[in-house]
Design a protein around this ligand. Structure first.
Ligand code: G6P
Length: 367
């Protein structure tokens, strides 16, 4: 992938559009699609004996880790601890001998994450890393290296690295489940099939670019924006808020939809747009009832869901964004696209420097 913007106005937009290809590339490295089996390089790694996973990362990579926590616990039934890297070392984490410590980083150089990795190694943890730069320091210091094949990411706000991290983490969670005897061959085949559907679904999500661009002025006019989601879509809500903060400088928060009533609902009035991430599925009705609480208080809701979800709950929203209907496993990858595009178009509408936002660096090598 060439280091030019091609026909795109910004690297960020180009990188958003590369996602179907780079996610496919990443999945190709970790799945045997035709056989319907996982293919992670874990032969020398005793995954069956892993009793606890400790995930450490910063920024967008941290949110990928939060999504993965749901997957590790759901599929492998292995308890997961997760911290931002700058907190991890200083809270005296309890790390039992032989635990698996997992570090997620686009650059593989973030100082806080690297320091946490070295701390975990000193405490007897096995070290796995998910990085986008296979020659990076973290890659060199890992026992298990899982590369994302996103290609160079230039935009400071991470996009394609995030969805590729999710692809690797889903495969790793399934692999851990298999090692633990919790994944039958049929279930393995089903997971491989669902993951293999991600590139086409990402393409489908990109088809909504223009519609998202049209609604961007609603968000660009706001001072504060809330993002709501449940389950694995809760970290995605936080990632959506981070994207918006980073490049449009609008204050945004991501909240667990069910936690709204314990505080943030006090902020709601007609000036605060609320972005609700709610793919149809087991958590849909609960999220919708939280959404209606917000609407009853005058909140302007933008609902991101699939056709069925929008049919069921789209009335009364100021805008809706229709995603392809996907299996819940890949929803966090697919729904990342509209939140990236929304942040992008809002930033363009505000005239900020999308690829080089103020005060931020692509790779932070100081603690
Ligand atoms: C910086 C970047 C973020 C990134 C974070 C972690 O703050 O601006 O986009 O998510 O670092 O970087 P890493 O390379 O460790 O994923």
């Amino acid at each position: 992938i060439a280091l030019t913007k091609g026909n795109h106005r910004h690297f960020m937009l180009k990188e958003i559009y590369e996602q179907p290809i780079v996610v496919a590339q990443t999945l190709r490295a970790y799945l045997r699609r035709l056989e319907g089996t996982l293919a992670l390089p874990t032969e020398d790694f005793d995954l069956a004996s892993v009793k606890r996973v400790t995930i450490v990362a910063c920024g967008t990579s941290f949110y990928a880790g939060l999504v993965a926590k749901y997957w590790f616990e759901q599929f492998a039934r292995v308890p997961v601890d997760i911290d931002v890297a700058s907190e991890f070392r200083y809270r005296a984490p309890v790390l039992e001998e032989g635990g698996l410590a997992l570090f997620i980083s686009q650059s593989g150089e973030t100082a806080d994450t690297l320091a946490a990795l070295r701390h975990a190694r000193a405490e007897g943890q096995k070290i796995a890393v998910v990085v986008n730069v296979p020659t990076s320091t973290m890659a060199r210091e890992a026992d298990l290296l899982l590369s994302t094949h996103a290609g160079p990411e230039i935009g400071v706000a991470s996009t394609k690295a995030f969805t590729c991290q999710l692809a690797v983490l889903a495969a790793l969670a399934a692999n851990l489940a298999r090692a633990k005897g919790r994944l039958s061959p049929d279930e393995e085949r089903a997971i491989v099939r669902h993951l293999s559907e991600a590139p086409a679904a990402l393409n489908g999500a990109l088809a909504y670019d223009e519609a998202i661009q049209e609604m961007a002025p609603i968000i660009a006019a706001a001072r504060d924006v809330l993002y709501l989601g449940r389950g694995p879509d809760y970290p995605l809500a936080m990632e959506g808020a981070l994207k918006l903060k980073e490049i449009s400088y609008i204050h945004a928060e991501g909240y667990a939809a069910g936690e709204m009533k314990h505080g943030p609902i006090a902020l709601i009035d007609e000036n605060v747009p609320i972005i609700v991430i709610a793919p149809s599925g087991p958590l849909f009705d609960k999220t919708v009832s939280n959404m209606q609480e917000v609407q009853a208080r005058g909140g302007k809701v933008v609902l991101i869901s699939d056709y069925d979800g929008i049919q069921a709950a789209g009335d009364g929203c100021v805008a809706t964004i229709t995603m392809p209907k996907v299996h819940p496993l890949i929803a966090p990858l697919v729904y990342a696209v509209p939140i990236q595009l929304l942040a992008y178009h809002v930033a363009v509408a505000k005239g900020t420097d999308v690829d080089q936002p103020r005060n931020l660096a692509k790779s932070v090598t100081v603690e």
